[in-house]
Write a protein that binds this ligand. Structure first.
Ligand code: MN
Ligand code: MN
Length: 317
């Protein structure tokens, strides 16, 4: 038996029982001693349309209960190489979004201070800005792989600087990003003007709209992404609404014509070899997810993120 924490197995406790943690891992109060910390942020007061992502972390944890430790596709065995636990939720202020942003930044400073990599369960996309702020303090500006139906680069929404459509504009303003190593993948739908997507391009970002992804494997795209990012510290932010609503309807701002699940898997698996310093999975809204499948896909993508972290060998294919 390895010295590392293991998910509670389905032959030791039925899958529908046991602790309601991510992958039924042990829980602990801080990231002390961990290589990787799963952490939830139960918030939806940054959303602009359907609410409900405050319930996302609990539902993702619940739907993670069937995840087994070994990745049959990539050969990754993360629990043989990393100490992982679920450190619970960030105690956000549900009545004050601006205070919440500061609470999230502080919480992630603490995780990074322990030398752990945060994998964050959202929650609406507002949360990525304070995480990137903490990342910059720890690592300097980071490369970014942002998978989403939306660019999330609005200067303001309803006159407010803090909202789930603004996080990457705020991160850019604060110098958190290496602009020629920013990739936005899956953007689509209706906009106010071409600048909705071109603003990032003007900053040197690479914007890959959903139509460019249709009908093909994204492995070649990820080869390009890896070559351009090199060994720079890299953050992965995955908005579940990047997937087509046929696969992931349980989210707040749905856009048709999105990525497939297998493309989402190719993107995350294609991050193997990068110096990933953190990741998040955001915008799962359980009230719009009656089957639980959107949360289940989110849980699987978080597991796939764990599988590509530095120190986890991949099988040669
Ligand atoms: Mn988003
Ligand atoms: Mn989105």
């Amino acid at each position: 038996m390895t010295q590392f924490n293991q998910p509670l197995g389905g032959n030791d406790m039925p899958r529908f029982g046991g602790p309601a943690t991510m992958m039924r891992l042990p829980s602990q109060a801080t990231a002390a001693g961990l290589n990787v910390a799963f952490v939830g942020i139960p918030m939806d007061h940054g959303t602009s349309n359907r609410p409900g992502t405050r319930l996302g972390p609990r539902q993702i944890r619940d739907e993670s209960r069937m995840l087994r430790p070994f990745n049959m596709a990539t050969g990754a065995a993360p629990f043989e190489h990393l100490q992982v636990a679920d450190i619970g939720d960030v105690p956000i202020n549900t009545f004050d979004l601006k205070k919440t942003v500061d609470i999230i930044a502080d919480f992630h400073r603490s995780i990074l201070g322990h030398g752990a990599i945060p994998l964050t369960l959202g929650g609406d996309h507002t949360l990525t800005w304070p995480i990137l702020r903490a990342m910059k303090e720890r690592h300097g500006p980071v490369a970014l792989i942002h998978v989403d139906a939306h660019a999330d680069i609005n200067d303001t929404m309803f006159g407010e600087k803090v909202a789930h459509g603004c996080p990457f504009r705020r991160a850019w303003e604060e110098g958190c990003l290496i602009n020629d190593k920013v990739f936005q993948i899956g953007l689509r739908g209706t906009g106010y003007s071409p600048d909705d997507f071109d603003w990032g391009r003007k900053q040197g970002w690479t914007v890959v709209q959903a139509e460019e992804c249709w009908h093909k494997s994204l492995k070649p795209l990820m080869e390009t992404v890896r070559a351009k990012i090199g060994d720079a510290p890299c953050y992965l932010s995955y908005d579940i609404d990047s997937l087509d609503p046929a696969f992931a309807p349980g989210t707040g701002t749905v856009e048709p014509g999105g990525l497939t699940i297998w493309q989402g898997l190719e993107i995350v698996r294609g991050c193997a070899g990068l110096n990933i310093v953190g990741g998040d999975l955001v915008e799962v809204s359980p009230p719009y997810d009656p089957s639980g499948n959107t949360a289940l896909i989110g849980a699987n993508l978080l597991y796939e993120m764990l599988c590509i972290l530095p120190g986890v060998p991949q099988r040669k294919v």
